[in-house]
Design a protein around this ligand. Structure first.
Ligand SMILES: Nc1ncnc2c1ncn2[C@@H]1O[C@H](COP(=O)(O)OP(=O)(O)O)[C@@H](O)[C@H]1O
Ligand SMILES: [Mg+2]
Length: 426
């Protein structure tokens, strides 16, 4: 798993966790709203019940007083009502007024309360009011019972949601988070190993490049010796050698020349691999014009039509891109030399994905496309030395340059009709 995938997995875990937290909070809010509704309803029901009970009590007490009132026995009424009020802890005040407005009882308990209920009862005899009793009742007990009920209900809801949330969390952890975490860990391990392998590979590549460089470099001096001495031998001792000796000497000279060329191209390959890139705007059209005019200058006899798209500008390393184009145009020039009128074209196309693709094409000898990939490996050649001379390192160098620009290179061809070499950058 790459870093982006790992981050995505972690974000998924976070989203799950946040969604779960939100869901649990929502559930809790819902339960608390339900609790409040239930509490309010039960409170008004309890109040109503209380009111009915008080009215019933009052009516019983009033009925009890009617007979004494009719007899004019106000003392008994007073005694009875005072005793009645004393007997009920909830009664805070009691006022009893006779029909003629005479205040028979005015009882007031010392205690006070913020929650009270006022009730009035009129005792009647033959449809005539004889006594009005008014009481104020203390509702503290009812309110504290209701408060306790409310607290229990809310507490219970919180406990239920907490248990539910915990169960949901552990299930999610077991079924989603832990497997995901394990997956992330495994991928991280794989990623780490990949990085290690990459680093090892980089080191061994660097070693190989350094080795290639020093071998090629160190071979130059003895080669110069061989070339120098065989030239001297050819010039100063030519008449002392017979034909076979001269042939051997010529072969030594040719071998040394070829080896020198090989060393040059190997050094260039190594150079291209080691050079630090300096990325800036590069005008490929200008470079191509330069290379072709050099080739034409070196080979004025050749008839070559060169067509190019102007202002092909890219971001890349000027020096390396010049090396790549030089190799591609050298090839186009070389492999089209048997055509009386060679055509070389440098153009740009746009891929389906909108990427810029550059193409060097020629109408030369072409090659068998089944080996198209092989061409980009060092020392892989599809033409005989006596047909077209070469070292087989040019396209490997091109590939290395393009790879260093994170691009791709590939080729198509029709044997005898020409080839097209494409490349893209980054
Ligand atoms: N433009 C071309 N037309 C036909 N064949 C080509 C062309 N360019 C490259 N090739 C084939 O690819 C091989 C590898 O090319 P390269 O690495 O440049 O080596 P060299 O040119 O030294 O032989 C060549 O030997 C040749 O067979
Ligand atoms: Mg070449």
């Amino acid at each position: 798993m790459d870093i982006i995938a790992k981050e995505r997995a972690e974000v998924t875990v976070q989203i799950h966790r946040r969604t779960l937290a939100r869901f649990v909070l929502f559930l809790l809010a819902l339960l608390i709203i339900a609790d409040v509704t239930v509490i309010m309803q039960s409170h008004s029901m309890a109040l109503e019940l209380n009111r009915q009970q008080v009215n019933k009590k009052l009516s019983l007490a009033g009925d009890f007083c009617v007979e004494a009132i009719l007899k004019g026995d106000y003392v008994s009424v007073e005694q009875f009502l005072l005793a009645w009020a004393e007997g009920y802890d909830e009664v805070l005040q009691l006022k009893a007024t006779a029909a003629n407005g005479f205040l028979l009882v005015n009882y007031q308990r010392k205690q006070n309360s913020p929650h009270t209920l006022t009730a009035t009862h009129q005792a009647v005899f033959q449809n005539q009011p004889v006594l009005t009793i008014e009481i104020v009742e203390n509702l503290d007990a009812l309110y504290s019972a209701q408060r306790l009920n409310a607290l229990t209900l809310v507490g219970l809801s919180i406990v239920i949601v907490a248990i539910f949330g915990y169960l949901l969390w552990t299930t999610l952890r077991r079924t989603v988070f832990l497997p995901l975490r394990n997956e992330i860990r495994d991928h991280q391990k794989a990623q780490h190993e990949l990085t290690l392998r990459g680093r090892e590979l980089e080191i061994s590549n660097k070693d190989l490049e350094a080795f290639c460089y020093s071998v090629s470099h160190d071979l130059r001096a003895p080669l110069r010796g061989i070339h120098g001495f065989s030239t001297v031998l050819n010039e100063d001792y030519n008449d002392k050698l017979d034909d076979t000796g001269r042939d051997y000497l010529r072969r030594i000279c040719d071998g040394a020349t070829k080896m020198s060329l090989l060393i040059d191209v190997l050094l260039e390959l190594s150079h291209v691999s080691r050079l630090k890139l300096i990325i800036k705007e590069v005008n490929l059209s200008e470079i191509a014009t330069d290379i072709i005019s050099d080739l034409q200058f070196q080979d004025p006899e050749r008839k070559v039509t060169f067509t190019l798209q102007p202002k092909l500008i890219v971001n890349g390393d000027h020096q390396l891109l010049r090396v790549a184009l030089t190799n591609l145009f050298n090839n186009a020039w070389k492999y089209s030399r048997l055509k009386p009128q060679a055509i070389i074209i440098f153009s740009k196309e746009t891929s389906e994905k909108g990427k810029d693709i550059y193409c060097v094409s020629d109408n030369g000898a072409g090659f068998d496309t089944q080996y198209a990939d092989k061409l980009f490996e060092a020392f892989q050649r599809l033409h005989r030395q006596d047909e077209f001379e070469g070292t087989g390192v040019g396209l490997a160098t091109v590939k290395r340059v393009i790879e260093r620009h994170h691009g791709q290179v590939w080729a198509t061809s029709t044997l005898g009709e020409g080839s097209k070499f494409y490349f893209s950058l980054g």
